[in-house]
Every structure is written in structure tokens, then in C-alpha cells.
Write a new protein. Sequence first.
Length: 45
Amino acid sequence: MVTSEYAMGIVAAVAFAVVLYEVVNSGPVSTALRNIVQQALDGRM
């Protein structure tokens, strides 16, 4: 690949990371993830 292809790949990866970050930090998703972690930590062994 040439340099411009690497640059486009990096831009696409960063854009995907930003979208994923926004989704994970949105209200409902954040609450759901927090609840899952809390249930896992409260589990009895």
C-alpha cells in the first residue's frame, strides 16, 4: 500500500473509534454496561 492508503485507513479507524466511543458513552448503553458489570461483581462464588 502507498502512504495515501495508510492515511485513509487511519482516518477510517479513528472515525470508527469516535463513533464507538459515542455509542458506549451514551446514556442507555452506559447504564446497561454499568448494570452488567455491577451484576458480575455482585455474583456469589
